[in-house]
Design a protein around this ligand. Structure first.
Ligand code: CTP
Length: 210
């Protein structure tokens, strides 16, 4: 049975005991992929950031909060899987320090942020020849050019590039393109999330069965 590791949802970076920095990712595409991959007969492990979604029954779920936690779990599991699908919306920054007590209201609050690791890039360095890595990128322009750059930088096999319209937060035309490492592009802009997830899993299936 082929093994897939799927990440989903946002990350949360603590500021103080009650506040954090996050993003509006719902995790829906990652949860859909999890459901459909299980139906297809894959052995699925889901690593999830905080979300209201319920994972399908019979799935191993690991809950994480911060990018650092996510990185630790991925690096622990990566050598054991055939495929990594990274839909998680990883926060690129975290507070330089986490305050131990609640920050009191003041006139001005300046937060210093430092960069989080690029988890997929680090995982990409460990990728074996027979493994497939799929990334998800949010772009507002130059979809293909930026997408191809990310495929190369992160050593990916596929990248799904989409604009914020895909998540329904921004008005305007939805753009969804699946790009492979050879530069072949499939336009999925007119498909539902479920159909997009199915399409991605079919590509993975084809590659793993080669
Ligand atoms: N990603 C990651 N670690 C990060 C940021 C992103 O592993 N610190 C992963 C995401 O899960 C996604 C892919 O990298 O699968 C692309 O994410 P995106 O945010 O588009 O890429 P960035 O490299 O952060 O590029 P940008 O400068 O456009 O934000």
């Amino acid at each position: 049975m082929k093994k897939i590791l799927i990440t989903a949802g946002p990350t949360r970076e603590r500021i103080d005991p009650i506040r954090f920095i996050t993003n509006p990712s719902t995790g829906r595409i990652g949860y859909l992929l999890t459901e459909l991959a299980k139906k297809k007969g894959f052995d699925v492990t889901l690593i999830s950031g905080p979300t209201f979604l319920k994972p399908p029954k019979g799935i191993k779920v690991i809950c994480i909060e911060s990018a650092k936690e996510l990185k630790k779990v991925i690096l622990r599991y990566i050598s054991q899987v055939d495929c990594l699908i990274m839909t998680a919306a990883v926060g690129d920054y975290r507070p330089l320090r986490i305050e131990q007590s609640k920050i009191k209201r003041k006139k001005e609050l300046i937060l210093s942020l430092i960069r989080n690791p690029d988890i997929l890039k680090e995982a990409g360095k460990k990728k074996r020849k027979n493994q497939i890595f799929v990334g998800f990128a949010l772009e507002t322009e130059n979809f293909v050019k930026n997408g191809l750059k990310k495929i190369k930088e992160k050593n990916l096999d596929f990248l799904l590039v989409n604009n914020p319209g895909f998540f329904g937060e921004a008005k305007g035309k939805k753009v969804v393109k699946l790009i492979d490492r050879k530069g072949e592009i499939v336009d999925l802009s007119l498909l539902s999330k479920r159909k997009i997830a199915k399409r991605i899993l079919n590509e993975i299936d084809n590659w793993l069965c080669k």
